[in-house]
Design a protein around this ligand. Structure first.
Ligand code: NZQ
Ligand code: ZN
Length: 386
């Protein structure tokens, strides 16, 4: 196991009725801006719960943050934050609203004319406006990590950054919000969390025994609760386990001391930037090809995964590893998620070359757990996913 440091300062308020406790977490004299998405929170009653909990606060609101949070929309919010001297941000939404709020937290304290540089310069964010979140969609883990991903439609880019200043001060996780989530988003949430675990686990056996068991436990829990959630999102037991699994999948814990390989996410973001495909679905498109392409370096872990997560007990290491890839793809299909790029767009020709070009331009020339995956490899993986 590698040496590591671990600090996660986000306070979690988990369970039914926790939204009521918002006022315990936000300073009374704060000027608060509540940020939200396209309006689901008004239909679900979450908006009402939040505003009720914050009665008496100096509260502004800014809605309309779209899925894959758009830079230009956020720049509109930034203007208001500065004009109104807002000093506390509250994200009420899924990963897009939370990531958008993290960007605003950083942008509010950014010294310079062009906050887009927060995403292009690759510097960790060390200063940000305090913020908290009310999670409405389990998926990304953004509620308990310090990363964010922002989209810019005019240049068809989707870039990420993060830093120690961008952990939420608190996050409210009430599993009752799950009951209003549409099937497509529930499936996305399960698949995204599943792939977060895989990106921190599917490398090679390196002696992180507890990390492996944590990861396998989260995968098995997601596999166990997925059918119940899809059948009845108001099943509280399933919703609570789904929600906590998604948070645990990407709050930094399971990757400590072990290698990671975020290649599928890196390639996936390009598919969202180019075609607008839902984030989780891009991962389902690419993961099987990625594991197939890197079979020789990953087969030890793939076989372990097949055995422990999917109970594949028969066969050689190679056969088990292959079964692991097959089971992964079948799991996505069980969520009604298609796993080929051509299922989502007819314009896929040239995508692999474009992804490789972008990787090269950004200097992403040696990625993966061994630092050996080149843009040429990424091109082949994307091609295999057509
Ligand atoms: O916008 P509204 O009207 O609120 O509707 C949303 C949105 O259309 C809806 N929704 C959310 N909660 C709901 C609900 N509908 C009914 N009932 C509820 N309770 O769901 C739709 C999708 O929301 P979004 O926030 O876009 O989804 P998700 O949480 O999957 O976030 C995706 C974004 O997060 C990024 C992705 O790249 C993408 O931009 N990621 C962020 C990560 C992070 N910060 O750590 C890691 C991830 O790998 C990911 O890259
Ligand atoms: Zn993801």
């Amino acid at each position: 196991m590698n040496n590591f440091e671990y600090k996660n300062p986000t306070k979690i308020l988990f369970g039914k009725g926790q939204i009521e406790r918002l006022s315990e977490e936000i300073p009374r004299d704060a000027k608060v801006m509540m940020l939200y998405g396209g309006g689901s929170i008004k239909r679900t009653g979450i908006y009402e719960q939040v505003t009720k909990a914050l009665l008496g606060y100096n509260l502004l609101e800014y809605g309309g943050i779209p899925p894959n949070p758009e830079y230009n929309v956020l720049m509109g919010a930034l203007k208001v934050i500065k004009e109104e001297k807002v000093d506390f941000l509250l994200a009420v939404g899924g990963g897009s609203v939370i990531d958008g709020t993290k960007f605003l937290s950083a942008a509010a304290f950014f010294e310079g004319d062009n906050p887009w540089e927060l995403l292009t310069k690759g510097k960790p964010v060390m200063k940000g406006m305090p913020f908290g979140t009310v999670l409405t969609l389990p998926a990304t883990g953004s509620e308990m990590n310090s990363g964010l991903v922002i989209t810019r439609e005019e240049t068809k880019e989707k870039l990420s950054t993060g830093g120690p200043a961008l952990y939420p001060q608190f996050s409210v996780l009430d599993p009752e919000v799950v009951k209003s989530i549409p099937q497509q988003q529930l499936a996305n949430g399960v698949a995204d969390a599943y792939m977060h675990v895989m990106e921190q686990y599917m490398t090679y056996p390196m002696g992180g025994l507890i990390q492996d068991r944590f990861a396998e436990g989260i995968l098995q829990t997601l596999i166990e609760v997925a059918p119940a959630i899809m059948k009845d999102p108001s099943d509280y037991k399933a919703a609570a386990n789904f929600m906590w699994s998604c948070t645990m999948a990407l709050n930094g814990l399971i990757s400590k001391g072990v290698s990671e390989d975020w290649s599928v996410h890196m390639m996936g973001h390009e598919l969202t930037a180019l075609f607008g495909i839902d984030h989780a679905r891009t991962l389902a498109i690419l993961a099987p090809s990625h594991y197939q392409y890197n079979f020789e370096t990953k087969k030890g872990k793939l076989a372990q995964y097949a055995e422990r997560v999917w109970n594949v007990t028969e066969g050689t290491e190679d056969e088990k590893a292959k079964a692991g890839i097959k089971k992964t793809e079948e799991f996505f299909h069980s969520l009604d998620i298609k796993t080929k790029l051509s299922d989502y767009t007819k314009d896929y020709e040239g995508t692999a070359e474009e992804v490789a070009k972008r990787f090269t331009k950004r200097g992403w020339v040696k990625i993966g757990e061994h630092g050996t995956l080149t843009p040429e490899d990424a091109k082949k993986i994307v091609e295999m996913s057509y």
